[in-house]
Design a protein around this ligand. Structure first.
Ligand SMILES: CC(C)(COP(=O)(O)OP(=O)(O)OC[C@H]1O[C@@H](n2cnc3c(N)ncnc32)[C@H](O)[C@@H]1OP(=O)(O)O)[C@@H](O)C(=O)NCCC(=O)NCCS
Length: 193
């Protein structure tokens, strides 16, 4: 077991989560290169050491987290899920981004990893809501959030700048009441609890 591994809520899970670290740079960049065809035009991940260092610095801040989805046993990196722009106060909400890597894509690892991220966000970070913004043509991503139990909330025109243009995105979200996680003490920044 990796020292920094985040405890899995499901002991039968084929994957584990752990935070991205500087030591992952070479493997991460190799996987991004190998996955260019899978990621384009939906997602742009760091492709150079400089971009990786900037990405890492972003996710060392307290309102952002980058989690690697790793295959249990081998530790191979199957994908990455980032928890972006955590808003506390009355929202207790964040945005998700995610990508699989080509060598292990299409085997359900991201489905299991996303389930663990949702549980981590609700139980450990004590968030209330997670949102994924997805372009209507991104069928693999839509399938992933459907399998993870997210709810379609609507379409936001021109909401994100992706691949050189402002793109319409469907908004998919999951809230604590939609997941069987048991009682969780509210985050101290939630007013009036
Ligand atoms: C979206 C994305 C992360 C999904 O990755 P993925 O590897 O397909 O996701 P999963 O690990 O859940 O695998 C799902 C596939 O595995 C299959 N599978 C096999 N075993 C499975 C299991 N035990 N559980 C679930 N699915 C399983 C599913 O049937 C599905 O296959 P299909 O695509 O032929 O229907 C990936 O396509 C990607 O990186 N896309 C580019 C980046 C991107 O779009 N990010 C999101 C921007 S909004």
């Amino acid at each position: 077991m990796h020292g920094d591994e985040i405890p899995a809520a499901r002991p039968d899970s084929r994957v584990v989560l752990r935070p991205l670290t500087g030591g992952d740079q070479d493997e991460f960049l190799d996987l991004v290169k190998a996955s260019a065809g899978l990621h384009h035009p939906w997602m742009s991940l760091p492709a150079t050491p400089e971009q990786f260092q900037a990405y890492l610095a972003r996710y060392e801040k307290p309102d952002e987290e980058a989690l690697l989805v790793c295959v249990r046993g081998t530790g191979a990196i199957a994908g990455v899920v980032t928890i972006n722009s955590i808003i506390r106060g009355r929202f207790q909400s964040a945005s998700l981004a995610y990508a699989a890597f080509t060598p292990s894509a299409g085997q359900g690892y991201l489905t299991e990893g996303l389930d663990l991220v949702v549980r981590h966000a609700f139980q450990r970070l004590r968030l209330h809501r997670l949102e994924a913004q997805i372009q209507p043509g991104n069928h693999a991503s839509l399938g992933l959030v459907r399998r993870a139990g997210f709810r379609h909330e609507g379409l936001s025109p021109e909401i994100l700048f992706i691949d050189g243009a402002w793109r319409d995105h469907e908004r998919w979200a999951i809230t604590t009441g939609m997941v069987d996680i048991g009682p969780v003490e509210p985050h101290p920044t939630l007013p009036g609890h």
